[in-house]
Design a protein around this ligand. Structure first.
Ligand SMILES: [Zn+2]
Length: 384
């Protein structure tokens, strides 16, 4: 019997988004609310692809303090060029592409809004394509597991648009040679950032996915005896309550960036490295005064699988309360209508898993998707 297993990833299709809209209820009757991995897509996707948390796969956030290894040292003079031109997204995107080409990076590489003056203090985590074999080495990812078993599979090239990705999968299915597919789509995330979970465009987009999925399955059924499908996501989307300017409270202190401390302001988490004890104490005191945020305890870091004994991603993490975004941040100047990266326990943070077949064990955390995919690979080898 010829069987095809399709796992489809829809970025930001959170549990709450699903509760508010219609999406393939007939086709995907088994539905689970799944805890996200604290962090961003750059944290969750490696977790989904390996089944382990950031403390094991090493991808917590894009930037980490490491001036000795920083690939951005050459950009130092750019801080003196007119920001009106060099801070434009398009220009920064072109600079990102150029650096990636020169350095031979194959991963998702974006400067975002990280100031040119700060970049030389930091190294970047996603230099390699994490979707291919060895992409998260020494940790084994789904591509390694496929390779190990000699299974014929299709994995999306994430650099292309989702319409192209669906087309590429359909072409491979039509050849009838693969038994496993991992389809990656990311446009839902940017839409949700823009219109949030109740936006009128969301149902329209879900209908688009539903229609594409039905067409893919139609092709699959013409080539295979049996087809299974699971749709999964990495997190939900929380509507903006209020932006909080964490950065200026720190920058007005009499401390020198790079000498006394370093900081990265992600959208929901600010991370700090302290180079002098009194600086750390003062900054922590200022952070404690900020309403709608708290400093993560060691216990919380362990619980969220983000405890790094060497403090690679910072020794102090300020996590914002759900809905309160850090703005301006190093990811963008303004708060967005929707954001993710808040406490995983908040209802809008939850990811989702929907499938045609009931999984042996319900996924509870996004890392469990890896276990379900590997279980499927084993079934393929066993001929089930
Ligand atoms: Zn996002």
């Amino acid at each position: 019997m010829k069987k095809l297993h399709i796992f489809m990833f829809i970025d930001a299709l959170g549990w709450e988004v699903l509760q508010r809209h219609k999406f393939l209820e007939d086709l995907l009757p088994h539905r689970y609310r799944v805890e996200m991995q604290l962090g961003y897509s750059c944290t969750a996707i490696p977790t989904i692809l390996t089944g382990v948390g950031p403390e094991k796969h090493g991808h917590l956030s894009f930037y980490y303090y490491s001036p000795e290894t920083s690939p951005f040292r050459l950009l130092k003079p750019m801080q003196y060029l007119p920001p009106s031109i060099f801070n434009r997204w398009r220009v920064r995107h072109m600079i990102s592409k150029t650096i990636a080409r020169i350095k031979g990076y194959t991963g998702y590489f974006e400067l975002y809004s990280m100031p040119f003056a700060k970049l030389p203090y930091f190294d970047y985590i996603e230099k390699k394509d994490i979707f291919v074999a060895d992409g998260l080495a020494p940790v084994s990812n789904i591509a390694d597991e496929i390779k190990k078993r000699g299974i014929k599979a299709h994995i999306t090239n994430w650099r292309n648009s989702e319409a192209e990705n669906i087309q590429a999968l359909t072409r491979d299915i039509d050849k009838g040679e693969i038994n496993f597919a991992f389809l990656y789509t990311a446009a839902m995330d940017s839409l949700l950032h823009r219109v949030t979970k109740n936006g009128a465009e969301i149902q329209h987009k879900l209908n688009w996915y539903a229609e594409k999925i039905r067409t893919v399955l139609h092709t699959a059924h013409s080539r295979y005896d049996e087809v299974s499908l699971a749709v999964m996501s990495d997190h939900g989307m929380t509507t903006l309550t209020q932006p909080v300017d964490v950065k200026s409270r720190i920058e007005k202190l009499p401390f020198r960036y790079g000498k006394d401390y370093a900081a990265v302001y992600d959208s929901t988490i600010a991370r700090f490295w302290f180079f002098k004890p009194h600086v750390g104490n003062t900054i922590k005191h200022v952070l404690e005064e900020i309403k709608n945020a708290h400093i993560l305890t060691e216990k919380e870091k362990i619980k969220y699988r983000i405890y790094f004994p060497d403090n690679k991603f910072g020794e102090c993490f300020l996590l914002m309360d759900p809905g309160y975004q850090i703005a301006p941040s190093d990811m963008g100047t303004y708060a967005l209508p929707g954001m993710h990266g808040f406490a995983p326990e908040h209802k809008d943070s939850y990811a989702a898993y929907c499938s045609t077949e009931k999984p042996d064990k319900a996924p509870e955390w996004v890392g469990d998707f890896f276990r379900l995919m590997v279980g499927t690979l084993d079934d393929i080898v066993a001929g089930n």
